[in-house]
Ligand binder design. Sequence first.
Ligand SMILES: Cc1cc2nc3c(=O)[nH]c(=O)nc-3n(C[C@H](O)[C@H](O)[C@H](O)COP(=O)(O)O)c2cc1C
Length: 193
Amino acid sequence: MPDAAAIDSIFRLLDRPVWIVTAADGRRRGGLVATWVAQASLDPAAPTLLAGIAPNHFTCELIDARGAFAVHLLEPRQTAVALAFALGTGRERDKLADVAHAVGETGSPLLADCLACLECHVIDRHDVGDRVFFLADVIAGERRGEGPPLTEQQLLTAATADERARLKDDWRADIELQRPLRKDWRAGLKIEG
Ligand SMILES: Cc1cc2nc3c(=O)[nH]c(=O)nc-3n(C[C@H](O)[C@H](O)[C@H](O)COP(=O)(O)O)c2cc1C
């Protein structure tokens, strides 16, 4: 068996930027916090981005329905905004109701207050059971501030004990729900493991 704690401690050496991923389909709109977002091309003339979104999240449903999404980096001061997108699901409340935003050319909500945002058109999707990896063309981008973006560790440090407990509960529930999805997907692979 791999040493799960040792492996986890290595991943914890990284302090990843926090992204707010938003999407909308008609009147349905929402968003979540994601750390699994990365630049996916070297060529500045053809920018692409890869986002790993869990299939049980409302935002995943919206991205699939519309074929588009937007990603935002926040200022380090914007921990409350990030927590509002990280806690709970857009199936139960409109996460954008109290957040100033415009609608971008892809129909995705664009947060008015952020460090930077990118609008993306999905060009491919790869379903690996517990994640859907969306490969997308970046069709527009706006940088509104200087300085480094809000990071995961800054967010977790700013959260209250109650908020941290709720995040942990959500993570546990996500893992329970996603494990069988990953298992089913792996069972269909030709390689062992
Ligand atoms: C620091 C942090 C990083 C996260 N990264 C991801 C991620 O990369 N992909 C993802 O699908 N969910 C991620 N989540 C979980 C979602 O933000 C969270 O479950 C959200 O409430 C789902 O909302 P929705 O159902 O409205 O889409 C992360 C949460 C936190 C706190």
